[in-house]
Ligand binder design. Sequence first.
Ligand SMILES: *[C@@H]1O[C@H](CO)[C@@H](O)[C@H](O)[C@H]1NC(C)=O
Ligand SMILES: *[C@@H]1O[C@H](CO)[C@@H](O)[C@H](O)[C@H]1NC(C)=O
Ligand SMILES: [Cu+2]
Length: 360
Amino acid sequence: MKLILSAAATIGFTALVSAHGYVDNATIAGTEYKFYQPYQDPYTSPTPDRISRPIQGNGPVEDLTSSDIQCGGYAAGGINGSSPAALHADAAAGDTIPLAWTLWPESHVGPTITYMAKCPDTGCNDYMPGSDAVWFKVQEDGRDGTTNTWGATALMKAGGTVSYTIPECITPGYYLVRHEIIALHSAYSYPGAQFYPGCHQLKVSGSGSTDPSDLVSIPGAYKAADAGITYDAYQATEYTIPGPALFSCSGGNTGSTSSKSASPAASSAAASSIAASSAAPVSSDAPASSATPILSITASPIVNVVTSTSASPTAAAPTSGSDTTEATYTLETFIDFLTEAGKEKGLTRRQIEGLLRSLM
Ligand SMILES: *[C@@H]1O[C@H](CO)[C@@H](O)[C@H](O)[C@H]1NC(C)=O
Ligand SMILES: *[C@@H]1O[C@H](CO)[C@@H](O)[C@H](O)[C@H]1NC(C)=O
Ligand SMILES: [Cu+2]
């Protein structure tokens, strides 16, 4: 896709990439831990010691078979999976741990899921699970029936958290926790589901003696054809959370906790603020007959695509209306739109973000 953006410098790449989210911090046994900060830690010397493993930006992983799906990473860019963190957070079996995400985009509906894996007795800080089956699921929160309330909904307003509980019965020791959101707004075909995983390290105390069985590997636990991976989120159909059954100390199917709030309204307010827009022409290698869309980008961030005829973009736009000549995107959904369009050309989302970055 050839893309020309001019006068787009009104927004910086930071605005672009901070459109997703990541776990900013967690309060564990009364102590606040800042998590890995993808836009600060790599540029800070010395690198801050964290309990959480590095993530590469906050873009999604889309390949289920990639090592990136374990704890983050950027295999295509030469970073094969994540790497151990320096610290462990002390916690007790039975503790509930709230994970505070940065504001999550409203379009990115989907479940939250959390796994744990036992690390060697020497700790997690030189441990990479690789393809070993070591993971058990401790938290999952999918869709509330056929409503628009999802596990991720609580994170769509400032201050939202997702909590998991360390199973009370597990053997004390070091554990790696893998927590993710799966965004399903483009999941109607595979690849399409977007995974946002991250891992942190715990030292768990307690008197339990259970070592969970039926462990899974990650990658491996999810398949493209799973009902929870290829799923049309725009239909009112029940959702099946992918992966293994939730581990429970009683052997039953309980133990999931997640705070969920009723109102998903927050981010549209942000979207309708600030209007420092600047018009910028965009051309693509779509058929020459199609109208040149005009892009106006505001700091909100909002992208307006206005076409002078009713010619529609090559991929489904997030807004509907066949005669519409103007589509409003958040920057986020605009990138999703470009990614969708770029798929035909074999472009990945990362390449598109990189392309936009190089133009700004
Ligand atoms: C990258 O990770 C995969 C596992 O996902 C592994 O098979 C492969 O050997 C790794 N490559 C390197 C260069 O470490
Ligand atoms: C934790 O992260 C949330 C979400 O980004 C933020 O609102 C909150 O201020 C953070 N807390 C601390 C103590 O940094
Ligand atoms: Cu996205």
